[in-house]
Design a protein around this ligand. Sequence first.
Ligand code: DOR
Ligand code: ZN
Length: 448
Amino acid sequence: MTGYYIRNALIVNEGAQYNGSLLIRNGRIDKIYRGEKTMSVPDKTVTIDAGGNILIPGIIDDHVHFREPGLTHKGDIRSESFAAIAGGITSFMDMPNTKPQTTTQALLEEKFTLAGKVSRANYSFYLGATNDNLKEILLTDPEKVCGVKVFIGSSTGNMLVDDPLALEGIFSQSPVLLAVHCEDESTIRHNTSLFRGKYGEDIPVVFHPEIRSPEACYKASSLAVKMAKKHNTRLHILHLSTSEELQLLDTISPRHKKRITAEACIHHLFFNDDDYNTLGNLIKVNPAVKNEENRIALIEAVNKGSIDNIATDHAPHTFEEKKNSYFKTPSGGPMVQHSLVAMLELYHQGIITLEAVIDRMCHAPADIFGIENRGYIREGYYADLVLVDLNNPWIVNKDNILYKCRWSPLEGRTFHAKVTHTFINGNLVFENNRFIDAPPGMRLRFNR
Ligand code: DOR
Ligand code: ZN
């Protein structure tokens, strides 16, 4: 295996920034050097001059829907992992609302086997909870599987766990972290019938946040928190979208001591309800994008660390599917190629610090899930690394979108930051818009 010597980088890691260089050998970070001095490098080592660009740990996205198996007209593990790599993501955790749904250990292992052949990035997969698969949940190996996904609220894919006894069983007995989608089904049904009464089948999408309302989010999130406290469950609340839910979070404990952690997603940090006027169904997602007050509150919580990590909820649908009327349009949109550059745009706007972006996208997922030897720039860790030019403006357009669905709600936007290089397990896999042949990614391992 070739080694790499990355010199002249601005290393951003663990809350610090410093000029330095780094040696990659045998898939790992072998040495980190601070300062400007040039080191003599071993044979068969390729030197890459970072030209002062930032060097960060690869992003770990704990929430994607890569659609395989069964929904591969929307995306597949190979296509979406390529797009992720171009966006600086080196590891992902994929959701179980595929076809078939990943609700047994056998189906889960099939996904791992498939990813071992086709995924370019490192991977893990959630087992999906249902009203009646507790037996399967109990068999989950916490060292080999990222978590169990529970939909408290139906959303896309119809995996609602709505039996209170089933929920109690899952919360009290799961051997592994529960990642929970929180929107209360009865509140949504009630709001839906009100709006249907007024507008019929073609409800303007601007009412999506009134149907999937802040009350629906709060009701389900507070139920999840209540049950987690009762059973001391390791709970991770996905895609928080409202200021009210923030009251439920623990702001005091250090991250590694928390039993309840929370995620924010790019679309809730980047868009607000004004954007329905221009983007319509393209930003129809569950939970809904809400108003500016909520967006600002979420950003503040990310800055403070009461929201622990940032993910994408990358959920591609075809453009044709997204062009339907309100009820026929599935919720979700693609994001993995643009999550880092979108967050760095908020950094350029002075809304969030660079250290916080790196912490919430790289370090935090590693801590939350106990991922082995990834998420930080440390000697001995896997060389999952990304070089980013902070000032190299480019425009998102059809020619540079890599998602299988070939659209993005960010089309036409200028981003100032650009990912130039992505390394995975010590292999340079992406360099200046070009993919380089390399072995598939690795299965993530967890120490917990
Ligand atoms: O908007 C969403 N899309 N929310 C979800 O919970 C599921 C996702 C999907 O799979 O399309
Ligand atoms: Zn999701």
